[in-house]
Design a protein around this ligand. Structure first.
Ligand code: AMP
Ligand code: ZN
Length: 134
């Protein structure tokens, strides 16, 4: 059983902030900022793209609810809402989870986005490849 399934079953402890019949939100034990929460479906699936559209929609309904509470409850200035898919993206726990990270002015956390440039015509090519896979 994976670590988050063990949290769902109660085999290992967690600090829960929200629970319903299908979803659970609990505190991340290694927070980017204090108040960092993870939202998971109780049913095991490895990654976000293993969910059906309906399951993903329901998950994000809960993410929306909990995100509002993190923002309001902690008086945060903003949030990062993040989901990693696959080891290459930084996923370490292979049970779907959405990170809700409270952000504060000058909290010293910097996500390292870079900005590449497309060559002539390339942006359309990439868009076409995505559209044809929908
Ligand atoms: P990711 O890199 O997206 O797979 O994130 C995994 C997250 O799970 C990390 O932020 C960890 O700190 C967190 N984590 C791992 N084990 C536990 C646990 N037992 N309870 C709460 N959070 C955990
Ligand atoms: Zn699991």
């Amino acid at each position: 059983m994976c670590v988050f399934c063990k949290i769902v079953s109660g085999e290992i402890p967690s600090t829960k902030v929200y629970e319903d019949d299908k979803f659970l939100a609990f505190m991340d034990i290694g927070p980017v900022n204090k108040g960092h929460v993870l939202v998971i479906p109780k049913k095991h699936a490895e990654t976000f793209i293993d969910l059906t559209e309906e399951e993903a929609g329901e998950l994000f309904k809960v993410v929306n609810k909990v995100a509002k509470a993190v923002k309001r409850g902690l008086n945060a200035d903003g949030l990062n809402i993040i989901n990693n898919v696959g080891a290459v993206s930084g996923q370490e726990v292979f049970h779907v989870h959405v990170h809700i990270i409270p952000r504060f002015e000058n909290d010293g956390m910097k996500f390292g986005w870079r900005k590449l440039e497309y060559k002539e015509g390339e942006i359309k090519e990439y868009a076409e490849r995505i559209k044809s896979a929908l």
